[in-house]
Design a protein around this ligand. Structure first.
Ligand code: GLV
Length: 327
């Protein structure tokens, strides 16, 4: 008999068809499920395909057959990994395939914030463009400025590579310092978080969300930044204290921000909407057709292999907690 898997959110139909070759698939093709429905539909499953759905102790305790949960995202802060370990359930994610696409988008948000792209477009669309003016929508330069990357993993490094084309200095802060050959290749200087905030013209956040990274940027940190600086968050909601950022943008303590991820998303702080100096996007940094397809297929590869099927049976490409595979 085929093993049972839940596809918790809509995904590409051909990816669901791939899963159907191996499994009896219960696919949610509609809205995001309330948590109770997710728990109910998970209860008899051996595996699950998720995209940001919360999987913790309650979900795992209620699904005794569950062996693998494959998240279609590189970030997995929606998984309680202590509970996964305790229940012997494998969690997987989708690293690497989204690095360049996500870095492109970080660049787009940073540029849009620095050069006031959406703010000036709103002005134009509102029919307010009466004349060309020397001082209209003056922004801050990106070319030749200093990029500060907090979280210098794969995506942070992809951002740093882009900076070379803009003749930028790159400074970074990370839990651990990069090997010196990587630093030299990226032309990146390791600095403290405080130093980075003081020196960078454009700060981009690309670190994972953990208990430790909660509110990495709050009022105290923003106070260190230049009044002309921008802040871009393509990492996770919760890394920035959104209320503090809103206050700082309102008081023009920094020039602008580009924000793709929010505390409590999709129910983000509505005060963001009152500000002109922030570019707001709905968590789409990895959203290109080819990258989202690659992520969905990689999540499927992980689920198929993790449940002992397909060409990589028993050897999923991206285990988060590989120790459970040894048991
Ligand atoms: C998207 O946010 C991801 O973690 O892949």
């Amino acid at each position: 008999m085929k093993k049972k898997v839940l596809v918790a959110r809509p995904t590409f139909p051909d990816v669901i068809e791939r899963l159907q070759q191996y499994f009896d698939v219960d696919a949610n093709l509609g809205e995001v499920m309330p948590q109770e429905e997710l728990q109910l539909r998970l209860a008899d499953k051996h595996g699950a395909f998720t995209a940001g759905d919360v999987i913790g102790e309650t979900e795992l305790a209620g699904a005794p057959n569950l062996k693998v949960v494959a998240n279609m995202a590189v970030g997995f802060n929606n998984f309680d990994m202590h509970a996964f370990d305790a229940h012997g359930v494998l969690g997987t994610n989708t690293p690497n395939v989204l690095n360049e696409t996500t870095a492109d988008f970080g660049w787009a948000l940073m540029m849009a914030a620095a050069r006031r792209v959406t703010e000036s477009e709103h002005f134009l669309r509102a029919g307010k463009w009466g004349k060309w003016a020397f001082d209209a929508f003056l922004g801050s330069d990106v070319y030749g400025s200093t990029l500060g990357v907090i979280g210098m993993g794969r995506i942070g490094q992809a951002l740093a590579r882009r900076a070379a084309g803009f003749d930028m200095r790159v400074i970074y802060h990370n839990r651990s310092r990069l090997a010196s050959d990587i630093e030299s290749a990226l032309n990146a200087e390791y600095v403290s978080k405080e130093d980075l905030l003081k020196r960078a013209d454009h700060v981009v956040l690309v670190l994972p969300y953990t208990k430790e990274s909660h509110h990495t940027i709050g009022a105290k940190e923003i106070a260190l930044m230049k009044p002309t600086a921008t802040l871009t968050n393509i990492a996770r909601g919760g890394i920035v204290d959104d209320a503090a950022l809103i206050e700082a943008l309102r008081a023009k303590k920094i020039a602008a921000a580009g924000i793709d991820v929010f505390e409590g998303e999709p129910n983000f702080n509505p005060d963001f909407m009152l500000l002109d100096n922030v570019v707001l996007t709905p968590h789409i940094a990895s959203a290109t057709e080819s990258t989202r397809r690659a992520m969905a297929n990689l999540a499927a590869d992980n689920l198929i292999a993790g449940l002992g099927e397909g060409p990589r049976a028993g050897n999923p490409p991206n285990p988060i907690n590989p120790d459970v595979l040894k048991k």
